[in-house]
Design a binder for this molecule. Structure first.
Ligand code: FAD
Length: 288
């Protein structure tokens, strides 16, 4: 099934993200976690891809397992920054052969040691063009950044790049995490003004431990609302309380998004079955 059908629906829907293991030793435990999350009957599940391609087999294997064992539609991520054309073609053949219909086409972060003159793909839109020329039947999504991609000079240029991405065949955009919904509402207004009118899936990260918070603060440009900072300050030293508060915060964000007409929410569940279950349980009367 094409995920765009779900994403276009006006009914509130929830999807979850899982990431594949780095080594085959951990494949089984990740598979079990992914299947438990699939039991929550999400609209679809995305499976991430290591930028260097090291986990590529696991991405496809996990996605195939979701189809075969659980009947859940997967959205496989694919990055291009470290790949040449033949590698991308081989990935696409693999994806196609497993009956996977949906790809989140990404550039990936540029590795520090990569010789940029040897890059075949500089931007995600080039990967999208490649996928479309390989097989026009794939449903293709891309990433977007309500608080602007860190490499971008400014938000206007970032949105101009998104326009190119959409014109290349990207049917929907999934956002980077954000903690203040007003940032997303503003971003969507700017997208529409620029003529980018594909559906936007809101990416929500339930922050449930102190390590995650430190990482978010160190790597991202995320604006952290006072309400969020107060929760972290108050509960950071009590892991269980922080988890409960983080899930409640994410739930509130999701309900506000639905109330404001954003019908597709994607939860960065990070293989955490408990967090996925609790969020879903908080929304049983809203997602029917
Ligand atoms: P692009 O869309 O190519 O954008 C990268 C930068 O180039 C931006 O600053 C953009 O403004 C600029 N740009 C784009 N097109 C043009 C153009 N035509 N001209 C000039 N400038 C341009 N990483 C992984 O390794 N694996 C994953 O599975 C993964 N999943 C992700 C899922 C989501 C929803 C998101 C938001 C990110 C994910 N990432 C993942 C991270 C992502 O790979 C990085 O953020 C990466 O730095 C940018 O990828 P992109 O596809 O957004 O790149």
């Amino acid at each position: 099934m094409k995920v765009i059908e779900n994403i276009k629906s006006e009914k509130p829907t929830l999807s979850f993200e899982v990431f594949p293991p780095k080594t085959s030793d951990n494949f089984e435990s990740v598979r079990v976690a992914a299947e438990k999350i699939a039991d929550l009957k999400p609209a679809y599940m995305s499976v991430t891809y290591g930028a260097g391609g090291g986990t590529s087999d696991f991405t496809v294997d996990l996605a195939e397992d979701l189809i075969k064992q659980k009947g859940v539609t997967p959205l496989t991520h694919l990055t291009c920054v470290s790949s040449d054309e033949s590698r991308i073609e081989s990935e696409l053949r693999k994806i196609k052969s497993k009956g996977i219909e949906n790809i989140l086409a990404l550039r990936g972060d540029i590795p520090k040691d990569l010789d940029k003159s040897k890059m075949k793909y500089t931007y995600a839109y080039e990967l999208i063009e490649k996928i479309k020329s390989f097989d026009d039947d794939f449903c293709i999504g891309g990433a977007c950044y309500p608080e602007t991609h860190p490499e971008s000079e400014n938000s206007k240029k970032d949105i101009e790049s998104l326009k190119i991405k959409v014109e290349s065949g990207c049917e929907f955009l999934t956002t980077q995490m954000f903690f203040d919904n007003n940032i997303l509402y503003n971003f969507i207004m700017r997208l529409l003004k620029a003529g980018v009118d594909v559906p936007v899936v809101a990416g929500i990260m339930p922050v449930t431990n102190a390590k995650q918070i430190k990482r978010i603060i160190s790597i991202s440009k995320n604006a952290l609302p006072q309400r969020f900072i107060r929760i972290v300050d108050r509960f950071a030293s009590d892991p269980q309380a922080l988890k409960q508060a983080g899930i409640a915060y994410a739930t509130e964000q999701i309900i506000d998004l639905y109330a404001n007409g954003i019908s597709s929410v994607h939860v960065y569940s990070m293989n955490n079955t408990e967090v996925a279950e609790k969020i879903k349980n908080n929304l049983t009367e809203i997602i029917k």
